[in-house]
Design a protein around this ligand. Structure first.
Ligand SMILES: NC(=O)c1ccc[n+]([C@@H]2O[C@H](COP(=O)([O-])OP(=O)(O)OC[C@H]3O[C@@H](n4cnc5c(N)ncnc54)[C@H](OP(=O)(O)O)[C@@H]3O)[C@@H](O)[C@H]2O)c1
Length: 227
């Protein structure tokens, strides 16, 4: 039986990841809140990754780090503190999580880490300077750690386009906004978090034993298709 830690398993992509991981495995969510409707079989632990020590867990097969941000503003309106906030939650939180559980991961076979980037790192998009910088740091971390931790631990990231979660609720605020965003995606759709959760579960599975150092776009074609 494997043990999977999902930091941020109460909502969005983290919740979908817990739903996709094998029910016979031990699935642990760490987040600031406990959900009103927990997934049966999932253990929920409470911690703020930015301010608290993370709970001790001795044997860990996988880590998925989900906390993130979407602060879209013109570059000239962004203050240093806003860049730091994006780095804290997207990048330094992931580093803290990996450092906390690295020893527990190293003793397991086919251990795996999945982090999150965004399509806006590989594609220049206006108003994304802060988040693209923070997620660019995540992509650098993924490539560097995948080299440093091989062959013991695989490290990958998923780079989504707009995905239907709480985090994107301001962008997807009404039907008109949803249609507008969908129309800009080559596949003319908004990604559902279940699609990403299924990919995370695959990346943590033994079928992904040969995949490391990859940034996988789940982006309705945004990163490569022009139409
Ligand atoms: N949704 C999109 O359109 C989109 C697009 C590109 C990239 N991404 C990336 O994909 C990842 C997942 O996004 P999402 O949309 O699923 O986000 P979400 O809906 O905001 O969910 C984030 C999860 O992280 C937890 N969390 C937030 N801050 C935390 C903290 N300080 N300590 C512990 N847990 C914390 C939240 O639970 P609590 O509030 O209970 O703590 C929640 O379970 C993020 O890295 C995001 O940047 C998302």
């Amino acid at each position: 039986m494997k043990t999977h830690i999902v930091v941020g398993g109460t909502k969005g992509i983290g919740k979908s990841t817990l739903e996709s991981l094998p029910a016979e495995d031990q699935r642990i969510s760490i987040s600031r809140n406990i959900p009103d409707h927990p997934i049966p079989g999932v253990q929920y632990l409470q911690a703020d990754v930015q301010t608290d020590d993370l709970p001790e867990i001795v044997e860990v097969d996988s880590i998925t780090y989900c906390p993130g941000s979407i602060n879209l503003r013109p570059f000239k309106a962004l203050k240093r503190d806003q860049f730091l906030e994006d780095l804290e939650i997207n990048y330094l939180g992931a580093i803290k999580t990996i450092q906390t559980y690295l020893r527990s991961l190293k003793v397991r076979e086919n251990a795996s880490i999945v982090l999150f980037s965004t399509v806006a790192v590989g594609q220049g998009m206006p108003f994304h300077s802060s988040i693209a910088g923070a997620k660019g740091a995540v992509e650098g971390l993924v490539r560097s750690l995948s080299a440093e931790l091989a062959p013991d631990i695989r490290v990958n990231a998923i780079a989504p386009t707009v995905t239907d979660t709480n985090l994107a609720s301001r962008l997807l605020r009404d039907e008109k906004a949803r249609e507008n965003i969908a129309s800009r995606q080559p596949l003319k759709r908004i990604v559902d978090p279940s699609e990403i959760g299924a990919m995370v579960a695959f990346l943590h599975s033994n079928n992904a034993r040969s995949i490391t150092g990859q940034i996988l776009g789940i982006d309705a074609g945004m990163s490569v298709v022009r139409n």
